[in-house]
Design a protein. Structure first.
Length: 153
């Protein structure tokens, strides 16, 4: 019998070929599994030097945040103090200027009436100018105070 016609030899060759293909498939599967394992493994924990550097950076960030918080608190207090001082100034100006202006206006009205009754029309006209100027100043003061009130909101 020759090798070419031996049925057992053909079966062995086919079996060897199949085994070779299976081994190749197993090698490919192992390589793919190794790639998957590499993708899903946890990264190595940081070494001591990395941990020390991270802790130092964290401490620096905490210090920076504290300084920023202090600066914001200080600036906010300054702004509130400034706002309060401006409000007090406007209130003082209102009280200290409005009172005398009201007195000037009231007194000029009385003088105008008296001078008109005495038929001193030229003087009455001059006093009327004083009253008119006082009322104009009173209106400007009111507008200024209103604007400060609106700006203060």
């Amino acid at each position: 019998m020759t090798h070419d016609k031996d049925p057992e030899h053909g079966e062995r060759a086919a079996l060897a070929e199949m085994i070779e293909k299976i081994e190749k498939i197993e090698k490919v599967e192992q390589a793919q599994q190794a790639e998957l394992d590499a993708l899903f493994t946890e990264p190595a924990p940081p070494d001591q030097a990395e941990l020390t550097a991270l802790r130092a950076a964290n401490r620096e960030l905490v210090r920076i945040n504290e300084r920023l918080a202090d600066a914001i608190e200080k600036r906010t207090a300054e702004m509130l103090d400034t706002r309060d001082a401006q409000a007090q100034f406007v209130s003082d100006v209102n009280r200290q200027v409005r009172g005398p202006l009201d007195a000037i206006i009231g007194y000029s009205e009385l003088l105008t009436e008296d001078l008109t009754s005495l038929e001193l029309h030229d003087l009455a006209h001059d006093v009327e100018k004083i009253r008119s100027a006082g009322e104009a100043m009173l209106e400007m003061l009111g507008a200024l105070i209103e604007r400060r009130r609106l700006d203060g909101r």
